[in-house]
Design a protein around this ligand. Structure first.
Ligand SMILES: [Zn+2]
Ligand SMILES: [Zn+2]
Length: 149
């Protein structure tokens, strides 16, 4: 586990070994990922353990999805409010990935297809003690009937 802050704090400034000014080993920028970076930002941690809008509304969800660009956590299209898709429409962020334990697929709204994406900043799923549907205590007893209705 590597904390993103540690990565930023790691610099070569403290290393002075009578250098010859050879230019160091700075990582060159690869321009090839330019467009991908607008869709996926692996360094952004998730917004929290549950759907952002459901937490504000007192709602509940079936499964959680994570925006691969800004870390927004929203609920899936099987949920009553479909906040993950709503986030795509308001933000234009086209890629989500699963926020369920054991799932690592990505989905592109613009193509309608799933694909394997990069490793994102942890955590990559909601807490294991949080049930699905969730959150605990807010899921109606007849949630299956509500969804099918
Ligand atoms: Zn939601
Ligand atoms: Zn987003």
């Amino acid at each position: 586990m590597v904390d993103p802050d540690d990565i930023q704090g790691t610099s070569a400034e403290g290393i002075s070994s009578g250098g010859t000014g050879a230019g160091g080993t700075g990582a060159g920028s690869t321009g090839a990922k330019g467009t991908e970076a607008r869709r996926i930002n692996p360094g952004v941690p998730p917004s929290g353990p549950g759907c952002v809008e459901c937490a504000a509304d007192g709602g509940w969800w079936v499964h959680l999805r994570r925006c691969a660009r800004c870390g927004h956590i929203g609920c899936c299209d099987s949920s009553p409010s479909k906040h993950a898709t709503a986030h795509f429409h308001v933000s234009g962020h086209p890629v989500i990935c699963s926020y369920e334990p054991g799932e690592d697929w990505f989905y592109d709204y613009t193509t309608g297809g799933t694909f394997d994406g990069p490793e994102l900043a942890p955590p990559t799923s909601h807490p294991a003690d949080q049930p699905a549907p969730g959150p605990k205590g807010r899921v109606p007893l007849d949630w299956r009937a509500q969804l099918s209705g």
